[in-house]
Design a protein around this ligand. Structure first.
Ligand SMILES: *Cc1c(COP(=O)(O)O)cnc(C)c1O
Length: 392
């Protein structure tokens, strides 16, 4: 059986660089900045790209290649390039594909630093962005202009856990001949493959569930070969490459992605159900709860509901802070997708400076808490949150 016809878990475990000198069972780490050549002809052919081989680790390295190949298999993508961080992947993807004067149509709720690219930096190159509300994907059509090049979205969104209809996004992009780029960080390739629904490129912050253990930063963009070629040429000159060490860590992490994410989702779903009937909780948002506004869409495009649960505690900002101050085991941290359960209170921290309407547009209310459910026993996670809720 060829590797391509194997299941997700098998490909994640078995995709490996070619056999090495010592036939190591686990891929060794290639900590080298450069690679040597036999003679001038070999070097000429390599630089002329007549031969597919490693030249310099800013361009490629066996560890980064293995990591990229795995993500390509798991996402059903033709090719890819790995970056030092998720944001390096987001920035380099846009920078490689856009010209001055181009226009982006993006979901209103995107990762904070991505939003800063759109509002603070891209305008320097006369690149403008228009936003559609996550609950009204169809309004994209009214925002498209002659210079629109890219439709951009995340699903589920951070921190509001909204779900966008990828099939509809794919249809709109195709109809208007636009590139569709999806940040698939919250779902991971295990829960959802945007390319199946028409995405041209998929971006991941590998820092989150792909590493899954809060150790290293990384990012990756995969998709259509000709687009990746542009991204590769841009990146080999500008230098956002993933380090071979981090690539080695992340490639190993992928071997356990499916079992980890299965447990993350199982626990997150249990927590969401528990919170739904708690008297100190106003509402809970989790893609696989029937009460989620896009439950049907989530069921159609995701294997499981993910590891992020958003909920609102009673008593607004004060309720949120009291809840936070009474958490004992879970971590108060800005990261997510770790083995350790992490709670954040956006209204008093990451999003405290935003105006009320801007907060609401991205799904944040005063008492809203985002919980990244980890791999501790679910009973212990619930017990910790229970005590904190009682204190409100
Ligand atoms: C964290 C995150 C990023 C950025 O990734 P880094 O690795 O921190 O640079 C991008 N998109 C989403 C949805 C994220 O959660």
């Amino acid at each position: 059986m060829s590797l391509d016809s194997q299941n997700f878990e098998t490909q994640a475990v078995r995709t490996q660089t070619e056999k090495t000198q010592f036939l190591e069972h686990s891929t060794p780490m290639y900590l080298t900045s450069g690679f040597v050549f036999e003679d001038s002809e070999e070097m000429r052919a390599a630089f002329a790209e007549e031969k597919d081989r490693n030249l310099y680790s800013r361009f490629s390295n066996p560890n980064t290649t293995e990591f990229v190949n795995k993500i390509c298999k798991l996402e059903g993508a033709e090719d890819g390039y790995a970056f030092a961080t998720g944001m390096a992947a987001v920035f380099s993807t846009f920078a490689a594909l856009l010209d001055a004067g181009d226009h982006i149509v993006s979901a209103r709720s995107v990762f904070g630093s991505t939003h800063s690219l759109f509002t603070k930096y891209f305008p320097k190159w006369n690149i403008e962005t228009s936003y559609f509300p996550v609950s009204e994907v169809a309004t994209i059509e009214s925002l498209i202009k002659p210079n629109t090049k890219i439709i951009y979205a995340e699903s589920p969104t951070n921190p509001g856990v909204d779900v966008l209809d990828l099939e509809l996004l794919g249809k709109i992009a195709k109809k208007h001949n636009l590139l569709l780029i999806i940040d698939n960080c919250f779902a991971t390739p295990y829960l959802q493959n945007p390319i199946k629904f028409g995405a041209d490129l998929v971006i991941h912050s590998a820092t989150k569930l792909i590493d899954g253990q809060g150790r290293v930063l990384g990012g990756v963009t995969v998709g259509k070969k000709e687009l990746i070629r542009e991204i590769y040429l841009f990146s080999r000159n500008t230098g956002p490459a993933l380090s071979p060490f981090n690539a080695w860590v992340l490639s190993k992490s992928l071997e356990t992605l499916a079992v980890r994410v299965d447990r993350h989702c199982q626990s997150a779903h249990k927590l969401a159900e528990y919170l739904q009937s708690h008297p100190k909780v106003n509402w809970v948002k989790y893609p696989f709860l029937k009460s989620h506004p896009q439950y049907e869409v989530a069921k159609k495009q995701m294997k499981l509901g993910g590891n992020i649960v958003a909920f609102e505690v009673k008593n607004g900002v004060q309720g949120g802070r009291t809840f936070f101050d009474n958490i004992q085991m879970c971590s108060l941290s800005a990261n997510l997708g770790d083995t350790r359960t992490i709670v954040t209170h956006p209204a008093s921290t990451t999003h405290s400076k935003l105006a009320v309407e801007d907060k609401l547009a991205v799904g944040i209310t005063d008492g809203m808490v985002r919980c990244s459910v980890g791999l501790e026993h679910i009973d212990d996670i619930i017990a910790d949150l229970e005590k904190a809720l009682e204190a409100i």
